[in-house]
Design a protein around this ligand. Sequence first.
Ligand SMILES: *Cc1c(COP(=O)(O)O)cnc(C)c1O
Length: 414
Amino acid sequence: MSHVVALRCALCGTQYDPGQVEYVCPSCGNDGILDVEYDYEQVARDLTREALASNEDRSIWRYLPLLPVDPAALRPSLSIGWTPLYHAVLLGEHLGMPNLYIKDDGRNPTASLKDRASAVAACRAASAGSSLVATASTGNAASSLAGLCASMGQPCLIFVPAAAPLAKIAQLLVYGAKVLAVQGTYDDAFDLCVDACNEHGWYCRNTGYNPYMAEGKKTVALEICEQFNFDPPDWIVVSAGDGCITDGVGKGIYDLFQLGLIPKMPRIASIQSDGSAALFNAWKAGTEQIEPVSAHTVADSISVNKPRAGIKALRAVRRSDGVMAAVSDDAILEAGRLLGRMAGVFAEPAGSAPLAGLIELKRRGIVKAQDRVAVVVSGNGLKDAAGASRGAGHPISVEADGSNLAEVLSQSGL
Ligand SMILES: *Cc1c(COP(=O)(O)O)cnc(C)c1O
C-alpha cells in the first residue's frame, strides 16, 4: 500500500507513518483524529478516466488505488457502492430546481451509506488478522459492520445505545453480531467500545476514531463525480452527525481535484437537525471549538452530542466554499414525505435531512434555482419505519365485504 504515505493529526499537525499508528494521534488522544494522505502522483498513474471507463467493477473497489486497503485483503462478498444517481425531475419541478439529483445510498447492501466505511474496516481488520471487529454506533454503522462481517465469516461485537430503532437492532441480531445494548447514549457506547478494544486488542471501527472510515465514505463523492462524467455538480448535500460523511465527501472531491480528474470542487452543504446541532453551532460561531449538545432529534442516525469528526467536517465544508445549516425535525419529516411522493425514494429521517437543508438554503438564496445539486440519501426508510411514518397519515379502512368501498373511494376523489 505504498500509495498511503502518511497520517496527519488534525489537531497538532504531527505526521505519522501509516504503520506507526492505527487510530488517533498518540499525543492528542481521542480528539486527535488523523487524516490519511496519499501519493497522488502514484495514484494518478492507476486512476485515470480511461481506466475507470473500462473498469467493469460497479462497486467502491473501482477506486482501490485511492483506498487504504491492501489489494490482496479479503473483502466482503456483498456489492458495496455504485448506488444510483437519479435526476429527480418531478421533485425538481416542485421545488423550482430543474437540476436536482438524488444519490440513493439506501440501496447499499445493509441499506445505508455506512457500508462504504465498514467495508474498509472489515478489509483492514482482515489484513491485520484481528480476531474480532468492534464498533459503537447509533445503529447503521453497526448493522453495516455486522452484515459485511457476516459475509466474510468475521466475528463482530456491537455497542449500541439501547434506544436505537428496533429494525436496526434486529438487523444486527439477524447478521449474527454479538450485540451489547448500552443503557446510555451513543457517546457512552463510543467510550466503552474504545476501552474494550484497547484492552483486548480488537479492531475498532468507531467513527471519528478510526481514521480510515472517512476514506470509505469518500467513495460516495467519487461516484457522484464520475456519474456526472467528471463535470461535478455545484453542490453535494449531506447530513451530519459525527461529521464523518461530510469529511469524507470533502476528502473525495479533494482527491479528485488533486488528481486533475475534476476541474473544480463542488460545494458541500452539510445539514444537521436543530436538535443535534453541535457542528452547526460551531460553524455559525466561526470557531473550531465544538461545544457538545444534548441531542434530541427524530433523525436517530445524526443524533450526536459530541461530533467525533467535527474539526475535519468543518474544514471540509470551508475548503469547498460550502455551508452548514440546521433544520427542524418537522422539516426533516416533511422532506421525507417529498422524497417519497415526488421521487419514489424512501429515506430514513437522517436521509431526508439533506433535502430539508437544501430547501432552506434555496429559500435563503444560498443555493440558486439553476444550480446542479446532488442530494445524498444516506439511509433507507425501512430502517426506521416508525420514525419515517410519523406525520405520514393513515391508511383508509375498508370492510372485507367491500360494503364501504364505493363510499371510501368517492370520499378520496377516486
Ligand atoms: C451515520 C449516518 C449519518 C451521519 O453521518 P456522520 O458521518 O455521523 O456525520 C447520516 N445518515 C445516515 C443514514 C447515517 O447512518
